[in-house]
Design a protein around this ligand. Structure first.
Ligand SMILES: C[C@@](CO)(OP(=O)(O)O)[C@H](O)COP(=O)(O)OP(=O)(O)OC[C@H]1O[C@@H](n2ccc(N)nc2=O)[C@H](O)[C@@H]1O
Ligand SMILES: Nc1ncnc2c1ncn2[C@@H]1O[C@H](COP(=O)(O)OP(=O)(O)O)[C@@H](O)[C@H]1O
Length: 320
């Protein structure tokens, strides 16, 4: 009798921006305790998983040359973690195709997004009886940002960022994203913050409560005043040019700008969709970044979008 091979599964998964990121001191396990408000954005990766006799990873799109295709790829680690959870032994006979729209090492959790999408895609491909909360437990073992990519929306993250509570967000917020020519390493940026704190006393952002209130009010002007990120000083210290990018976005008409997570992507909050398009156009001509994109949030987390579409082209660029 012929074995039935299930069709490939494709999952779309969002990038994140940190609207608020307060970083406490280094813990004994090498992580920093933090409080963050994540928002999932319409900037996405697409991940297709398929049963195959030639297991491995293929990468197309944003930063394709700088993403590992071996076992260190976070998506492959997700394959192995889910296989172990499901009690499947031997090398998983899975091919994973990543179509990247999220900048690599950009502070927008692209690798985490791919891992989350792989968990969701494989659970469907293998027909596993696992809840999203069970997947979140596996996700937390892969990286601090992976659980958020599963749920999406807007959420408060605590611990090392993996403990999540949903936050009410009443509005669609409009963003312009400025991608840098080169990524930044997350551990290096945390290390730079430790160094800056040992050398002096850089200001720390306050409580997340006003941000949560602004999200409930749905007023982008109120939210813009409250965007804050303790890692921004460290990212700017490693990449002084980011100051110019941040200034250029506000000069172009954004309400406010912030470094996303550990950077170097800068995220600019705009009044509305029209304003975002105008800010993006002006920023593209300012020569302060590699690429500009518009995006909105919140959007849902990793979700299955279709089946046999392994040849789907990479989405076109909106702004060069
Ligand atoms: C800074 C943030 C903000 O959302 O995102 P990115 O800017 O990387 O996207 C996250 O905290 C990053 O999460 P993620 O990228 O999943 O990091 P992990 O793989 O868990 O950790 C990578 C390394 O970053 C440092 N790290 C990470 C999280 C944390 N709370 N404290 C840390 O000190 C540690 O050195 C750790 O070894
Ligand atoms: N699927 C993946 N996509 C992107 N980067 C990956 C992936 N798997 C592993 N990496 C590695 O993780 C590093 C961090 O990438 P990424 O998750 O995009 O950035 P960030 O942590 O800044 O949000 C990259 O430099 C790359 O070497």
């Amino acid at each position: 009798m012929l074995a039935v091979v299930p069709p490939p599964v494709t999952v779309r998964v969002p990038a994140k921006v940190n609207l608020h990121l307060s970083v406490d001191d280094l813990r004994e396990d090498g992580y920093h305790e933090l409080v963050t408000v994540f928002q999932a954005l319409s900037l996405t990766d697409e991940v297709t998983v398929a049963v195959t006799e030639e297991p491995g990873i293929e990468v197309y799109g944003e930063g394709e040359g700088s993403v590992p295709t071996g076992p260190e790829n976070l998506a492959w680690r997700a394959v192995e973690a889910l296989a172990a959870h499901a009690g499947r032994t031997g090398e998983p006979k899975v091919r994973v195709v990543l179509r990247k729209g999220i900048p690599v090492a950009g502070g927008m959790a692209g690798g985490s997004a791919d891992a989350a999408a792989t968990l969701v895609g494989l659970a469907s491909l293998w027909n596993l009886d696992v809840t999203r909360d069970e997947l979140a437990g596996i996700a937390a073992g892969l990286g601090s940002d992976v659980p958020f990519a599963l749920y999406g929306g807007t959420a408060l993250g605590t611990g090392r960022g993996e403990q999540l509570v949903p936050v009410l967000s009443r509005h669609t917020f409009h963003w312009v994203l400025a991608f840098a020519a080169e990524g930044l390493s997350t551990p290096k940026v945390f290390g730079e913050l430790d160094r800056l704190r040992a050398a002096g006393n850089p200001p720390r952002i306050g409580s997340h409560t006003p941000v949560v209130e602004a999200l409930a009010s749905g007023d982008p002007r109120q939210l813009a005043l409250l965007l804050g990120n303790d890692l921004q000083a460290a990212a700017v210290s490693l990449r002084p040019d980011l100051r110019r990018t941040l200034r250029a976005g506000v000069n172009a008409g954004a309400l406010a700008g912030t470094v996303s997570g550990s950077g170097p992507t800068c995220a600019f909050l705009c009044e509305d969709a029209q304003s975002a398009v105008e800010v993006a156009a002006e920023l593209s001509g300012a020569g302060v970044c590699r690429t500009v994109r518009v995006a909105h949030g919140p959007v849902p987390g990793a979700r299955v979008v279709g089946g046999d579409d392994a040849n789907r082209p990479t989405p076109p660029r909106v702004h060069a």
